[in-house]
Design a protein around this ligand. Structure first.
Ligand code: KG4
Ligand code: ZN
Length: 334
C-alpha cells in the first residue's frame, strides 16, 4: 500500500502544501505573500493573516493536483518551528483540525531539519548524500553548520551570533534601494559586476560561528560616505556593489566550511535554505576538490512543504507521531 503524506509549511511568509507518495512529490504548491514587498521585510501580523487566507485553497489544490482524495492521506506533517509564532499557529492549528477530522496521525517537523532532509526527496533526480555529512542551513532567518550523523541525529557545531546570511543580503540590498527580498536581485546583479571592485571587512569570529552585523554596518557606512561625494554612486556602481558584497559573503562562508571539514574530517557538505540557490555560492563550492557538495533542486531551496512532507514520511516509517498537545514553537533547536 502506498503511503500518502500531506505536508504543511507556514513558518514565515510562504504558505505551502505538498503531497508525497512514498517520498515522491505528487504536488508542491507555494503561495508567496507579495504584501511584504512594500514594507522592506516580513511583517509578522500581515504574514499570519495571509496564511489564514491562503491555507485552505493551497491545501485543497495540493490534494487535487496530487490526484488523490483526502481520505487516502495516511498522515499530516506540519512545521512546528522555528519561525514566526503567529504564522506557525495557523499551520499547526489547521493541521491538527484536519488530522482530527480525517482520523489520521499528525507529525511535527523541525523546519531546519527539513531544509537538510529535502535532499532525500525521491524526485530530486540527484545523488543522495550519505551520512555523516556537514549540513549548512543558510536562509533569511538562520545560518548554521550542522553535523548530521543520521536523519534525526543532528548537532549544531556553528551558527551566526547575530544576523543570518539571507538577512544580510536583504538588509544590505535595502540600503542600496532594492526591494525585499533583495537576495535574488543581488545575485542577478552580481553577474554583471566586478566582485573585486570594493573590499569590505570580514569579521573575525572564533571557531565555527559567524557574524554578519559588522559587514552590514561597514557596507552602510561605505555607501553613505561614497554617496556624499558622488550623488549617483549607488546607481552607477549598483552591479559592482552587489558583486563585491556577494563575493565577501561567499568568502566568509567558504572559510568557515573549509574549517568545519578540517575539524570534523567529514567530507560531504550538504546545503539547504533559501540562500543555497545563490549562484556565487554554488560556483565557489563546486570548485572545491577535497569535499563533495550537495545543493538542493531550486524549488526545494526556499520554504516549501515538500521538505516538510519528506520529514513526515521518514517519521511515519518510524511511527514517530505527535499529539494535539504539542504546539507551535517559535524557537526550536534542530
Ligand atoms: O529559506 P527561506 O525561503 O526562508 C527562511 O526560512 O528564511 O530563505 C529566504 C532567504 C531570503 O533572505 C532571500 O533573500 C534569500 O533566501 N535568497 C537568496 C537568493 N534566493 C533567495 N539570497 C541570495 N541569493 C539568492 N539567489
Ligand atoms: Zn526556511
Amino acid at each position: 500500500m502506498p503511503t500518502y503524506i500531506l505536508g504543511i509549511e507556514s513558518s514565515c511568509d510562504d504558505t505551502s502544501a505538498s503531497v508525497l507518495c512514498d517520498g515522491k512529490v505528487l504536488s508542491n504548491l507555494v503561495a508567496n505573500q507579495e504584501i511584504h514587498k512594500s514594507y522592506g521585510g516580513v511583517v509578522p501580523e500581515l504574514a499570519s493573516r495571509a496564511h489564514q487566507q491562503n491555507i485552505i485553497p493551497v491545501v485543497n489544490q495540493a490534494i487535487s493536483l496530487a490526484n488523490i482524495d483526502k481520505n487516502q492521506l495516511n498522515a499530516i506533517a506540519y512545521t512546528r518551528g522555528p519561525g514566526l509564532l503567529g504564522s506557525l499557529l495557523v499551520g499547526s492549528s489547521f493541521s491538527k483540525s484536519l488530522s482530527l477530522g480525517l482520523g489520521i496521525p499528525i507529525i511535527e517537523v523541525n523546519h531546519m531539519q527539513a531544509h537538510l532532509l529535502a535532499h532525500f526527496i525521491e524526485d530530486c533526480g540527484k545523488e543522495k548524500p550519505k551520512f555523516p555529512f556537514i549540513g549548512v542551513t543558510i536562509s533569511g532567518g538562520h545560518t548554521q553548520i550542522v553535523l548530521v550523523k543520521d536523519y534525526f541525529d543532528m548537532n549544531i557545531i556553528g551558527e551566526t551570533l547575530d544576523d543570518a546570511i539571507g538577512e544580510t543580503f536583504d538588509k544590505c540590498g535595502k540600503m542600496i534601494g532594492l526591494p525585499y527580498p533583495a537576495g535574488p536581485i543581488i545575485d542577478k546583479n552580481s553577474m554583471l559586476g566586478d566582485p573585486k571592485k570594493f573590499t569590505f571587512t570580514k569579521p573575525k569570529v572564533a571557531d565555527l560561528n559567524f557574524s554578519f552585523s559588522g559587514l552590514k554596518t561597514g557596507f552602510l557606512r561605505f555607501v553613505e560616505k561614497e554617496s556624499k561625494s558622488k550623488n549617483d554612486f549607488i546607481k552607477s556602481e549598483l552591479n559592482n556593489l552587489c558583486a563585491s558584497l556577494q563575493n565577501t559573503i561567499v568568502e566568509i562562508l567558504i572559510e568557515k566550511i573549509n574549517f568545519a571539514v578540517d575539524k570534523t574530517g567529514v567530507n560531504s557538505v550538504v546545503f539547504g535554505g533559501g540562500v543555497s540557490c545563490n549562484s556565487g555560492i554554488i560556483r565557489k563550492f563546486q570548485d572545491q576538490k577535497n569535499y563533495k557538495t550537495f545543493f538542493p533542486k531550486f524549488e526545494y531551496t526556499t520554504d516549501n512543504a515538500a521538505m516538510i512532507a519528506m520529514v513526515g514520511y521518514l517519521k511515519y516509517l518510524n511511527k514517530d507521531f505527535s499529539n494535539l498537545k504539542e504546539g507551535a514553537k517559535a524557537r526550536y533547536k534542530i
